[in-house]
Design a protein around this ligand. Structure first.
Ligand code: BDR
Ligand code: CA
Length: 311
């Protein structure tokens, strides 16, 4: 599988990259950074630092959008640490980012390899929306798009209603969900299955290899945040779950739903909205409120133990 990654590392993003890099049948073709957990430039630096640790210094990294489409930049260093990789103090990146923007990189690669690439989006969808504006045929040029984001049938995390990646750029997410991509959404509906518990964290702490040690060092800050928030030693590995479902679609069950994003709600901006009434198309349309955009695949259940085995 040939994957283009769009990411805002970010601690769970770092774990997702580690996970992908460990798969023999995965090629990380390129990485684009996006604002979100940290500013886009910092996310690009972190992407290169992580790839350096993994010996993947040939993978091109492009700097992505510096801010959302229609709101000011907001970042989440309180979750991911002052530089986005917890308390890890590894070396600076060994090489510069490429000249194109992350959106341009997506478009160029998709045109060069039509129908061959899977895009894994682990941050706000600003770059994907910009790529779509540059190349309206993008949905037919990419094989699939896997998005970690949203809370279709669950409470939010950034706000009571909005999940962080969507909340960081609601307009971009709405464009992407309407575009007709072969898109799968791994939303907060299922990420409780990706909560690492104390036993798993202890196992990781005991690992002596360079990757395990790196993962443990990076995770500490994030575990402290989640442990304070949830009252037990744990953390949620959102982005690795989306990566794992991309590689192993059988880890999840799905439902097909048109999903839109609340853009104007005073309290609910950034909420992912789908018609969950289950009345069927005809009655729903008669009653009103169903969107006419294409359905996307929304993960409904996940085999958590199998996910952790993979990870
Ligand atoms: C998402 O937001 C970020 O904090 C994480 O990296 C993940 O992509 C979870 O809501
Ligand atoms: Ca992320």
């Amino acid at each position: 599988m040939r994957i283009v990654l769009d990411t805002d590392p970010g601690i769970d993003d770092a774990l997702a990259i580690l996970y992908l890099a460990a798969q023999a049948d995965v090629e990380i073709v390129a990485v684009g950074s996006v604002h979100g957990n940290v500013p886009a430039q910092v996310a690009a630096d972190n992407s290169r630092r992580i790839l350096d640790v993994l010996g993947l210094d040939g993978v091109p990294v492009a700097v992505g959008a510096a801010r959302p489409l229609a709101q000011p930049l907001l970042t989440s260093e309180f979750v991911h640490g002052p530089h986005g990789l917890g308390r890890w103090e590894g070396p600076e990146p060994s090489r510069p980012a490429v000249r194109e923007s992350a959106a341009e990189q997506i478009v160029q690669l998709a045109r060069q390899h039509p129908g061959e690439l899977d895009l894994l989006a682990l941050g706000p969808l600003t770059n994907v929306a910009l790529a779509l504006l540059l190349e309206p045929e993008l949905p037919s040029l990419l094989r699939s798009v896997m998005v970690m984001g949203g809370a279709v049938d669950a409470p939010g995390n950034a706000t009571p209603f909005a999940e962080a990646n969507i909340w960081h750029d609601p307009e971009a997410a709405d464009l992407v969900f309407a575009a007709g991509f072969e898109l799968t959404l791994v939303a907060l509906d299922v990420t409780h299955s990706a909560r690492a518990d104390a036993d798993w964290l202890d196992t990781l702490a005991a690992s002596t290899g360079p990757r395990g040690k790196f993962a443990h060092d990076v995770l500490g800050f994030y575990v402290d945040f989640y442990s304070r928030m949830l009252g037990e030693r744990c953390c949620t590995l959102y982005d690795p779950l989306a990566a794992a479902i991309l590689l192993h679609p059988d880890l999840a069950t799905y439902r097909e739903l048109p999903v839109s994003v609340e853009l104007r709600g005073e309290k609910t901006r950034g909420q992912t909205v789908a018609d969950l009434r289950g009345y069927g198309k005809e009655i729903s349309a008669e009653l009103g409120g169903i969107t006419d955009r294409p359905a996307i695949k929304v993960a409904r259940t996940v085999d958590g133990p199998e996910f952790f085995k993979q990870l």
